[in-house]
Design a protein around this ligand. Structure first.
Ligand code: NAD
Ligand code: MG
Length: 391
């Protein structure tokens, strides 16, 4: 029996992971499930999968979780430390599907115990790439990408040396506002931004898709995971979301990965790697689809992509600042405190403030320094949003 833990089990990726595990209950022993405020879902899945441990991120939800799991024999816990303890419980395979920088400490705890880390939480590599890769190397843990583009590229790179590839192309749907007139973007609402044309995902990543902050994070994630130079990583808008990534080799060959937009493919690939198993995903009928289209992203419409280039060129803790400022700006947009188009300005302003802070970006890559840079960036982005509202 393989021992499995799922961090962020109640979310979109977490639920898709559970869908796969629940189809073969005899193959898996579920160690820990973690969630946030959706206690009913967490308890239901913990009972169904007979987990050893269920953890909520919030202390004030512990009593509810305890009641919901009464008589089940399943252990309960709450809070950030308990999340790391859950991730550190011996397991063979751990899904990292918490959203945001909060996923980093439990991800590191899973790596430290040597578990294979199925990585959906892209923020882990964006904020702490060199630290994460070093911790994996130290324990011998393997990281398998679950972000669909990175899983696709990983599959295209089987048997190849990533350092030798000429280019890596990540595709992007273009999000909810791909075809909106530019002038209208400033009036976009959170509900409009949270409607994805092709993928069904959590609210935050869906809004990040509309702004392309999601693709910006993914470009950095690809640089950190594959070790490919930033100028070899390209982004192409592909509205159909059927080609997920392409790898260009030095001989001119371009290897593409196609599949239905269903996260259970990338999750299932990481679950069964290095083998392939039948997965419950739709098969593409290319004759029915008829055509695939591609466009270059417009830098004016998607300033997040330019900011990602700036972050990669700068290196160090710029990724942690970038991600935290983005998370704060996203909170501001969702709360109605700023316009859709102002999110990139808030992030750019935070990166500037970080640059003016002596030694911050070039500080040593430790979890403490990353947490400090993250906290400062959130404060700076919040200041920026506060100043907007004084206008
Ligand atoms: P989601 O919002 O649907 O779920 C997030 C999960 O994290 C939930 O279980 C929630 O309870 C938990 N969580 C939220 N805040 C937390 C905190 N502070 N501490 C601990 N737990 C917390 O998110 P999602 O769409 O499933 O995305 C999860 C991660 O996977 C993100 O990093 C996202 O970028 C990445 N990802 C998602 C998809 C997708 O299809 N949804 C695709 C690729 C990558
Ligand atoms: Mg992706």
């Amino acid at each position: 029996m393989r021992r499995i833990s799922i961090l962020g089990a109640t979310g979109s990726v977490g639920q898709s992971t559970i869908d796969l595990i629940a189809r073969a209950p005899d193959e898996y022993e579920v160690v820990a499930l973690t969630g946030g405020r959706n206690i009913a879902q967490l308890a239901k899945d913990a009972r169904r999968l007979n987990a050893q441990l269920a953890v909520t991120a919030h202390d004030d939800c512990l009593a509810d979780l305890r009641v919901a799991l009464q008589g089940s024999g399943i252990e309960v816990a709450a809070g950030a430390v308990a999340l790391c303890e859950a991730a550190a419980r011996p397991a063979d395979w751990v899904m990292s599907a918490i959203v945001g920088a909060a996923g980093l400490p439990p991800g590191l705890a899973a790596l430290d115990q040597g578990a294979t880390l199925a990585l959906a939480n892209k923020e882990t590599l964006v904020t702490a790439g060199p630290l994460v890769m070093a911790r994996a190397a130290a324990s011998g843990a393997r990281i398998l990408p679950v972000d669909s583009e990175h899983s696709a590229a990983f599959q295209c790179l089987t048997g190849e040396d990533p350092a030798q590839v000429e280019r890596l192309i990540l595709t992007a749907s273009g999000g909810a506002f791909r075809d909106w007139p530019l002038a209208q973007l400033a009036s976009a609402t959170p509900a409009q931004a949270a409607t994805h044309p092709t993928w069904d995902m959590g609210q935050r990543i869906t809004i990040d898709s509309a702004s392309m902050f999601n693709k910006a994070l993914e470009v950095i994630e690809a640089k950190e995971f594959f070790g490919i130079a930033p100028d070899r990583i390209e982004v192409l808008i592909h509205p159909e979301s059927l080609v997920h990534a392409l790898v260009g080799h030095t001989d001119g060959a371009l290897i593409a990965h196609l599949g239905a937009p269903d996260m259970r493919h990338a999750i299932g690939y990481a679950l069964h790697w290095p083998t392939r198993r039948e997965l419950p995903v739709a098969r593409l009928d290319l004759a029915e689809i008829g055509g695939l289209s591609f466009q270059r992203p417009d830098p004016e419409r998607f300033p997040a992509l330019g900011l990602a280039r700036q972050v990669m060129a700068r290196g160090g803790l710029a990724g942690a600042v970038f991600n935290a400022a983005k998370e704060q700006a996203l909170d501001g947009f969702i709360a109605g405190a700023m316009k859709f188009t102002e999110m990139a300005d808030a992030v750019a302003a935070s990166l500037e403030r970080a640059e003016a802070e002596p030694g911050l970006i070039d500080a040593e890559f430790t979890l403490d320094n990353i947490v400090m840079a993250d906290g400062l960036a959130r404060t700076w982005a919040a200041d920026y949003i506060g100043n907007l509202n004084k206008r």
